[in-house]
Design a protein around this ligand. Structure first.
Ligand code: AQP
Length: 332
């Protein structure tokens, strides 16, 4: 049984469809056969300006979203990152072996800091891939299921784990990324050259997991399409390829089956069927999500239990790490 770790930032009230398709749906199936730790990585959401009034509410809402998506807290350990201080402790050890050069190459940092003047960018945005490495390594996880946007961070994490092992002795498994072939990068509905993104200021870029049916229909009918009329996955058809990926993920048919089904039909038919498939898929999510939030005491109990299990596992790792780096007093 492999150990699996992954996380989601509570940078919005609920996740978007891309989060579900690229990550959560795989978490749900992995929990059947692996020992899984799923974490609301609230400390990562501090890398961009945040509102202290909504931070903890969003963390709980995000945890509720994971349960509503199918994460079973009886089977998987579900918890909030900030409740396990070992993440930040390990992060310091890893910061000391991470290199400026490798962090400076991270494209997410370059993208997110592009529009800011240097002095306005928090150091956290630069350093967070190291905290992400600590999140995973604190559990000595073997497998990290993520969307394609995290590929580069996973590579950095592997380098850091490998460097630590070579310097201080075999301590961490070098974690393998789990990035599915289909749906690993769901693109924006209004601009298929950009990824669907929680923090975008363009509301029609995405479908929120709790969008109501009329909003879903409106967003899908307004989604940009490509020139031509064919419903086909192709490099020069990024918008339709993206909609096909979404339809396939929520509807259960393969892209090839969908291409056959819509051969000779127009974008109008395709979009309206996709919207209905999405409505049908999101309805039970929304109901379950609201039900979970209606019982905050039960949600807290689940998160408390998850944090207890996570702390115990992370403490075990920290004992080994402290010893390996030479921090243990000889007399103790
Ligand atoms: N568009 C996407 N397609 C497929 N997978 C995606 N993920 C994110 N966007 C897409 C995957 O969802 C998991 C949780 O993501 P996150 O909350 O940690 O944030 P992120 O990857 O930085 O992207 P977001 O959700 O759009 O948030 P913001 O705007 O706050 O940066 C991850 O496994 C991610 O790969």
């Amino acid at each position: 049984m492999s150990r699996v770790f992954s996380g989601v930032k509570p940078t919005a009230d609920v996740p978007h469809l891309g989060n579900y398709i690229g990550a959560f749906r795989h978490w749900v199936s992995l929990q059947e056969q692996h020992e899984c730790f799923f974490c609301v990585v609230d400390l990562h959401s501090l890398t961009v300006p945040w509102d202290p009034k909504t931070l903890s509410l969003r963390s709980r809402q995000t945890a509720a979203s994971l349960i509503a998506s199918g994460i079973d807290p009886e089977r998987s350990t579900l918890f909030l990152q900030s409740e396990v201080p070992e993440h930040t402790e390990l992060s310091w050890f890893l910061t000391c072996i991470a290199r400026m050069g490798e962090l400076s190459r991270m494209t997410q940092f370059k993208d997110k800091s592009r529009n800011d003047k240097g002095e306005a960018i928090g150091t956290g945005l630069y350093m967070y891939p190291v905290l992400m490495a600590a999140d995973v390594l604190a559990y000595r996880a073997d497998l990290v299921p993520v969307g394609d946007d995290q590929r580069q961070h996973l590579e950095l994490m592997r380098n850091i784990a490998d460097r630590f092992n070579r310097t201080f002795g075999e301590t961490f498994p070098v974690p393998a990324p789990f990035i599915a072939e289909a749906g690993a990068r769901i693109m924006s509905l209004d601009d298929p050259s950009r990824k669907m993104d929680k923090s975008s200021s363009r509301p029609n870029n995405l479908v929120w997991m709790n969008d109501k049916p009329d909003i879903v229909r409106k967003k899908i009918s307004g989604a940009v399409t490509d020139s031509g009329t064919e419903i086909k996955r192709a490099e020069d058809k990024p918008a339709i390829s993206n909609l096909l990926a979404i339809y396939s993920a929520v509807g259960g048919s393969s892209v090839e089956q969908l291409e056959q089904e819509y051969a000779g039909k127009g974008y109008g038919d395709f979009k309206s069927d996709l919207a209905e498939a999405l409505v049908e898929f999101l309805d039970p999510f929304r109901a379950r999500y609201e039900e979970i939030l209606d019982d905050p005491a039960q949600l807290d109990k689940l998160l408390d239990g998850g944090a207890d299990v996570a702390r115990e596992a992370a403490r075990e790792t920290m004992k080994i790490v402290r010893e390996a780096v030479g921090l243990r007093r000889p007399s103790r």
